[in-house]
Each structure stands twice: as C-alpha cells, then as structure tokens.
Design a protein. Structure first.
Length: 433
C-alpha cells in the first residue's frame, strides 16, 4: 500500500494526534498540517504528486502504532518496573526560585527555569517551545527559541492543540544543540523519528515532557469563547494560565475589554471537545521524555493557592545532572517525592485503566468506525464502573458535537451556568481602567 494512502487512513479512522512530525520529517515537503474546521484539530494533507512513498511518515507516526514496550527497551534497556509511572530515577516537587517567573507560569515555572539555565550556561543553542501566534493571537504556535527572553515569552500552558513538532524542521535544517518541550504524543513521535534520523538523534540533547490528561481542540476554545461572549476575531491576546496558581485565563479584546476566569471554572468547558485519538492515549506522565513536568495536584498542595509547584520526574542520568546542577546554583528548589506520592500526584493508573475500558467500548460498538490504535504497553484492568464511565464520556462527546444539544447540556449543568467572570477595561498602555 502506498505511504500516502496509509497516512490518509490514519486520518480517516481518527487516529491522527496532530503532532506535525510527519510534516517536519518528510524529505519532499509533501505534507502540510491544516486545521479541520469541523473537528477543530490539525490534520496532515498529503500532496500525492510530491510524495515518493519513502515510508518515513508512517514509520514515525505515533497515532496508529504505539509500541511503548520496544521504545522503553531502546531508551532505558528494559520495560519499566512501575508501568504506572514509567522508567525513572527520582521524583521531586520543585519550583523556580525566581518569584516573578513562578507567578507567571502555569505551576512551578520549572520548564522555563531549566531552559533558561541551559541557555545561560551555553548548553543549548535552541529550544523547541510553544507560544502564542503573533498572527492569530488565540492560536498556539511552536518555534525554536534562541534566547532566554524567547523562552520566557513562551511560558505557560497552551490548552489548544497545535502541531508542535513541525518546528523539528528547523532542527533538521540547522546544526546545533537543542532541547525540546512537548506533550507525551510529541515526545513519542520525536523518539520514533530519532530512530530514523541521525540528525535528530545527535542534535536533540534533552526532551522535556509535559503531563497530559488529554489535548483540547479548537472547538473547545470556541465553546469557551461563546460562553464568555467573546468573538475570536476580537482577541488581541490570550493567556491560559499564570497570575498565580492554579491560574486564570486572561483575554484582552480589540475594544479594550480584559476578561479573567479562574482555571477551575473555564477548563471543564474546553474538555467537552476532546479529539478522539487523545481519548485513547495511555501516557499521562510523558514516559519517554528525559524529564517530565506537571502541576502538583496533591490535596495538601491545593490549599496553597498562589504558590505553584511542579511535579518533576527525572528519568535518566543526564537529566539528573541538569536537575542537581540547577538546584546547586540556586535556580530551582526541590524536595524528593516517594513513589506513593508520585502516583497520587499524577494518577497515571486512572488513565491506563480508563484506556482499557475505552478500548473495549470502542471495539464493542465500533465507535468512530472502529478505528483503534495498536498499543503495546502494560495497562491496568478495567472495572464495570470504568465501562459505564466510557459510555458516559463518549455519549457527552457525541452530544456536544451538535450545537443545539451542546447549548442544552450547558444549561443543565450548574458548573457551566455559573462561571465567575471578572471584566474590566484596559487603556492602550495596558493599564486597568
């Protein structure tokens, strides 16, 4: 079968994760990533005339085949002892010493602090990060940061999915030492691409993985903006997190209005339009990254609103060297987490168990035409309750694809009806009026 046909089948069966790796690695530039307005996700489009059927796009695709067992053996020499966390050397709760940086980032500011430290000590020449697009202010955009200022400007979560790995093209084109930051699917694709590309294997020195429950589509953002009575065309700037922890959404519009919404109030709205393939992902903790980072959602930490901390999972020796050096030089503060607290903090067992139930549900009902990824990894057994949750989840996802049904659902759920919103106006200088 022709390679461009295989990739088209990945899209047809809703198995594409929209990571953009295929576009970056294609030697003929035959693939582009385009926003599918109906699904609200970026999907590959193949130029059949330019494609030479080299098979690279298919081999590195993380959507159709997820062979975590093989990748773990290649990276770490064995399948992880604890399949719920993945292979690791140590776990920490940590935060950036710089208070301003910590306050403006999503949790503890660890990714930004460590990337800045790498630049300051001349360990890297660039970092693949995701910021907000200058051309389309509400849309994320990945790029290669070449300075500390560019890293800081890209700080914070980007809840709306973007094909982050298209920026790998610049790493392939320009010699240098690079760090990459991405979701589990992005790191997964990069690891597969490194097996086929000596350039990527040589040039990418460190990979920073972000903990992820699921990606959010553009349709989720559109639903949120309608609920806030904001037109996307009027958005001048959008920031999902920051202003302390757990943070606030901040939107500034062209008429000078500034809208602030607490993270816990707006985020559930964006979850009503999860991409299908994201619902069939088992990797919450970025198991294939050198370092993994996320919010520290331990119950005892949630009481300390305003002072975010990160969960940090160190997975190999080079990551440990960086982590310890940054702590020694006063860039970060860290304290160890035992395995029990690591599991409580990231709850990967829930995602692996839910995946087992969702796979069983999709097989039995042929949901989405029966498209199911081939996953080689250890998963937890599911319960009958998990199956009921899968039925509820896919029922709500299907319901919310219809505008009328979505509006009815939002009216019926109290947490969507009463969203606390702070509105004010700002001057041209950005000062609150």
């Amino acid at each position: 079968m022709l390679m461009n046909t295989l990739i088209k089948n990945v899209v047809k069966h809703d198995l594409c994760l929209g990571c953009g790796t295929c576009m970056a690695i294609c030697p003929k530039n035959a693939i582009s990533m385009e926003l599918d307005e109906c699904q609200g996700v970026f999907l590959p489009k193949v130029d059949s005339n330019a494609c030479n059927n080299c098979d690279l796009c298919w081999v590195i695709c993380p959507g159709a085949v997820a062979d975590y067992d093989t990748l773990n053996r290649i990276l770490w020499g064995r399948v992880p002892d604890n399949h719920r966390i993945g292979h690791y050397l140590a776990g920490y709760k940590a935060y950036a010493i710089n208070d301003e940086l910590r306050h403006n980032c999503s949790s503890g500011g660890m990714v930004t602090a460590l990337l800045s430290y790498l630049f300051e000590n001349n360990h890297i020449d660039g970092a693949l990060v995701t910021g907000m697009s200058p051309e389309i202010p509400w849309q994320s955009k990945s790029f290669i940061a070449r300075s500390i200022d560019e890293v800081i400007n890209a700080a914070g979560s980007k809840h709306c999915l973007f094909p982050t790995n298209i920026a790998l093209r610049e790493i392939l084109d320009k010699e240098g030492r690079y760090a990459v930051v991405g979701l589990p699917c992005h790191i997964h694709a990069i690891r597969k691409a490194q097996l086929k590309s000596p350039k990527l294997k040589k040039r990418i020195k460190l990979s920073f993985g972000l903990l992820c429950a699921s990606g959010r589509s553009v349709n989720g953002l559109k639903t949120l903006m309608r609920r806030l009575d904001i037109s996307l065309d009027s958005v001048l700037s959008l920031k999902y997190r920051g202003n302390g922890w757990p943070g606030k959404l901040e939107v500034i519009t062209s008429d000078g209005e500034k809208v602030l919404v607490d993270y816990k109030s707006y985020y559930p709205l964006m979850c009503l339009h999860d991409p299908h393939r994201c619902s069939l992902c088992h990797d919450k903790s970025s198991e294939l990254a050198d370092l993994s980072f996320g919010d520290l959602w331990l119950p005892e930490e949630r009481k300390n609103a305003g002072s975010g901390k990160s969960i940090c999972i160190v997975r190999n020796e080079k990551a440990a060297l960086l982590f310890n050096a940054a702590a020694r030089d006063g860039v970060i503060s860290k304290s160890p987490l035992n395995e029990k607290d690591l599991l409580r903090a990231i709850q990967p067992d829930n995602k692996k168990r839910m995946l087992s139930a969702r796979l069983a549900f999709c097989r039995a009902t042929r949901y989405k035409g029966g498209g199911i990824p081939k996953i080689m990894a250890t998963l937890d057994d599911y319960t009958f309750s998990d199956l009921l949750n899968a039925l509820k989840y896919y029922g709500v996802q299907s319901l919310c694809k219809r505008r009328l049904a979505l509006n009815l659902y939002l009216r019926c759920k109290l947490k969507y009806r009463r969203i606390p919103i702070e509105r004010s106006f700002v001057s041209s200088a950005g000062e609150k009026i």
